[in-house]
Write a protein that binds this ligand. Structure first.
Ligand SMILES: *Cc1c(COP(=O)(O)O)cnc(C)c1O
Length: 359
């Protein structure tokens, strides 16, 4: 019996992907071995990685002048890897501070440069994205860093910031592949796979070709985008099994008709939960409507003393991982691509029933 899993990450994966992986576990398509046991230099695995990259390129319509890298280190690793690869001779970079993950990116950048916080949502407790007109960008910045979906605060960009000729760098960990993206507007897109794209261990990096010549000499080879691009992400052993599973997820997304179709489902799922929250006085979501995340929906019970009972009874009904991040408390429902609408319907029904009993 599978749980209805609202985890923020590692998170729910499509059941059909898990079933296929199970069926191929001992013998991948007549190879006589599991994907886990294959050489990353063998023709079978090279075909798996090439198909995964081609499908990701199709899904996101990635232009030919962008490299796709399958790396390790996670998004927190990438927060350090970004300045190591992009600073060149420049001393500073701009950061837009929209919550916990932006804060971590700024902390990592401080080890290599002087980050300029060009805008911050702190004045309203990180419940919104500061309007572009308020950003105080430095024209000499090496890049502008944004976190386009704050997984903890539930704040998502619904627009692409125009930052002129300075490269725009985005941590898209928790909403990549949830909607179409105009990749050409970005210099670099990165994300850990374990939220919406696959298992932990794989980091996706999409980088424009002309940004590959700016790495600092101290940049480790395993994290050096140009060296990894030249080695087809195989300068070191890549996370082979995670790439295989992510590849199956990409196929699953394509079979649904691609990201425009996937986005429609995500809009419907999020609307279901937000509409319920908005008409209730028992639950509250603090995020500005225009900036609400479709993927991560934090909410609070007005009476915190009911939190424990809420979580316990949800678990009894098979709904797990609804506890909010420790830094904000309350609840959080992460409803990634692999969460079926029936899961969100079940949650809303449960919330309605709980409100009736305790409201
Ligand atoms: C989860 C998450 C991270 C951290 O990813 P790791 O793989 O644990 O390093 C960074 N940014 C965002 C937006 C996230 O959701």
């Amino acid at each position: 019996m599978r749980a209805i899993n609202f985890s923020a990450g590692p998170a729910v994966l499509p059941e059909s992907v898990l079933q296929q992986a199970a069926a191929e576990m001992l013998d991948w398509r007549g190879s006589g071995m599991s994907v886990m046991e294959m050489s990353h230099r063998g023709k079978e695995f090279i075909a798996i990685a090439a198909k995964a990259e081609a499908d990701l390129r199709t899904l996101l319509a990635i232009p030919a002048n962008y490299k796709v890298l399958f790396l390790q280190g996670g998004a927190i690793g990438e927060m350090a890897i970004v300045p190591l690869n992009l600073l060149g001779a420049r001393k500073g970079a701009d950061y837009i501070h929209t919550g916990e993950w932006s804060k971590k990116a700024i902390k990592e950048a401080k080890k290599y440069c002087t980050p300029n916080v060009a805008a911050s949502g702190e004045d309203r407790n990180f419940t919104y994205v500061p309007a572009r007109a308020t950003w105080k960008l430095d024209p000499n910045a090496a890049y502008v860093h944004v976190c386009t979906n704050e997984t903890i605060g539930g704040v998502e960009y619904d627009w692409v910031p125009d930052v002129g000729d300075v490269p725009l760098v985005a941590d898209m960990s928790s909403h990549i592949l949830s909607r179409p993206v105009d990749v050409a507007r970005y210099g670099v897109i990165y994300g850990g796979a374990q939220k919406n794209a696959g298992p932990a261990g794989l980091t996706l990096v999409i980088v424009r070709d002309d940004l590959l010549d700016r790495a600092l000499p101290i940049c480790p080879s395993a994290f050096h985008w140009k060296e990894q691009a030249e080695a087809e992400s195989m300068l070191n052993t890549p996370p082979t099994y995670a790439i295989y599973i992510a590849g199956l997820v990409f196929e699953w997304l394509l079979a649904q008709g691609g990201l425009a179709e996937v986005e429609k489902k995500n809009i419907a799922k999020a609307a279901l939960l937000y509409d319920y929250l908005d008409q209730s006085s028992f639950y509250v979501n603090p995020v500005a409507k225009a900036d609400r995340s479709r993927m991560n929906i934090p909410f609070k019970l007005r009476d915190e003393s009911l939190d424990e009972a809420f979580l316990r009874r949800a678990k009894e009904q098979g709904m797990v991982q609804l506890k909010g991040h420790r830094s904000v408390g309350g609840m959080r429902a992460s409803i990634y691509n692999a969460m079926p609408i029936e899961g969100v319907q079940r949650l809303v029904e449960y919330m309605r029933e709980f409100e009736r009993r305790h409201g």
